[in-house]
Design a protein around this ligand. Structure first.
Ligand code: HEM
Length: 423
């Protein structure tokens, strides 16, 4: 595949992906502090608190995410590794589907990710997730790299290699996952930013979204190809009565919506967090440059140290005493994986970014039945992306005359910008 990255307008990229531009306003982009000292204090006081993560952290602005806002429900938040891990694993009590917690059927066909696997439960979740799971297993990472990731990464570097400087946050980190997912859905690079713009929470334009995705679905129905959209079009779902059927256009669109939301915003920001962490520590960066076997641990450590989405949530399906707190049925339990990933009960010096620390599983990709479907794609994008920067841009370093990257945001955390020089 040839990557048409020239189709991406850099100014528009900045508008759509600069965290200070308000794109993540809905999830608390106005939060600019370091939440970790507060999360340490909360965890030390109790593993589970009454209240919502952002309010307990001291952020009063609007912040919506999975499990929020729901003013009609009671809210609790877990901060220890043990509590978050246990809740992720137990899908009989801690459910992703609001309707399952309330004893109602899942509502298919509503617009947006709410009708996707992220919000399904139990058997229904397994049936739908199983349709695409084979495209996301570790051996398929090569398919993603060969078809979309590697070409895109090198074409993006070609764009700025001669300039001697770049803002890696938007020019590079944001563009890679956007083009990977749109490419896998058969959507041309020229439409990738229009699609992104149609999905900004608060300004969602379903007509524009459908206008771009529906023709791609129709063309794959006519002539399947070697991409993820064709996998979705050809997938056969077996329903509760054993009847097989293909996914409807609405089901495919909600899968595509989820993959675009879950797959582009996250990887972009996590790659930026990893690069910013490395660039701020030149000795660690040199060590990774010299020994590429350290690159994967550097990426995993960034997912532990500062996971881009530090909270996911579950609805409580029955009354339960949980880690010292009584949770009533119908309440929401927010799992602060950011705090869990720095639990000193599990990691020594948890605030240090240290890729050489002994590897232990973290919660950056979640855990249990909903564990991130795109784990291996995300890892591949970050490893190919950062590896290529190190190969191609000698003496890559932060621009000493520019403001250094800062991490901002409440529920979608990422770097402000990553101004670098090279050569
Ligand atoms: C570094 C990047 C990423 C991070 C940190 C991340 C994180 C997560 C987490 C924590 C969950 C669990 C949510 C829950 O339990 O409610 C999740 C689910 C999911 N992720 Fe990712 N993700 C990343 C990249 C991707 C990519 C690249 C894709 C697709 C290509 C993707 C697709 C999904 C999907 C479809 C789900 C829902 C799975 C389910 O409900 O069964 N993610 N992700």
């Amino acid at each position: 595949m040839t990557s048409d990255v020239g189709a991406l307008d850099p100014t528009r990229l900045k508008e759509l992906f600069d965290l200070r531009s308000g794109v993540n306003e809905h999830s608390g982009a106005a939060y600019h502090d370091d939440p970790y000292p507060v999360w340490h204090r909360l965890r030390e006081a109790a593993p589970v608190h009454r209240g919502i993560v952002h309010e307990l952290t001291g952020f009063a602005g609007p912040a919506a995410f999975q499990g929020l806002p729901h003013p009609e429900r009671e809210h609790f938040s877990a901060f220890s590794y043990a509590a978050c891990d246990a809740a992720f694993r137990d899908e009989t009590v801690f459910v992703s589907s609001e309707s399952a917690a309330d004893g109602r059927d899942f509502e298919h066909g509503i617009e947006g990710p709410q009708s996707s696997i992220l919000y399904m439960n139990g058997k229904e979740h397994r049936r739908y997730r199983g349709l695409v799971q084979p495209s996301f297993v570790p051996p398929r990472a090569k398919w993603w790299m060969d078809n979309w990731i590697t070409t895109t990464v090198h074409a993006l570097i070609d764009n700025f290699a001669a300039a001697g400087r770049a803002d890696l946050n938007t020019d590079f980190c944001a563009a890679i996952p956007t083009l990977t997912i749109t490419g896998s859905l058969g959507i041309p690079a020229a439409q990738a930013l229009d699609l992104r713009a149609s999905m900004i929470p608060g300004a969602i334009d379903t007509a524009v979204f459908a206008g771009i995705v529906a023709p791609a679905v129709a063309s794959r129905r006519e002539q399947p190809g070697d991409d993820l959209l064709s996998v979705l079009v050809e997938a056969e779902l077996t329903d509760e009565d054993g009847v097989h059927h293909r996914l409807s256009d609405a089901e495919i669109m909600s899968f595509a919506y989820l993959l675009l939301v879950a797959g582009s915003g996250t990887t972009w920001k996590q790659m930026g967090i990893t690069l910013a962490a490395l660039l701020a520590r030149p000795k660690v960066l040199d060590a990774v440059r010299a020994d590429r076997a350290l690159l994967r641990p550097a990426i995993e450590e960034s997912l532990r140290w500062t996971p881009t989405d530090p909270m996911f949530s579950r609805y409580v399906a029955r009354d339960i005493d949980f880690h010292g707190m009584s949770l009533p049925r119908g309440s929401v339990l927010h799992l602060c994986i950011g705090a869990a990933n720095r639990d000193p009960a599990r990691w020594e010096s948890p605030d240090d970014y240290d890729p050489t620390r002994p590897a232990r599983a973290h919660l950056g990709f979640g855990r249990g039945p909903h564990v991130c479907l795109g784990t291996h794609v995300a890892r591949a994008e970050m490893a190919v992306g950062i590896g290529a920067l190190l190969d191609r841009l000698p003496n890559l370093r932060l621009d000493p005359d520019a403001a250094p990257p800062r991490f901002i945001g409440m529920y979608e955390r990422g770097a402000t910008e990553i101004p670098v020089l090279f050569g």
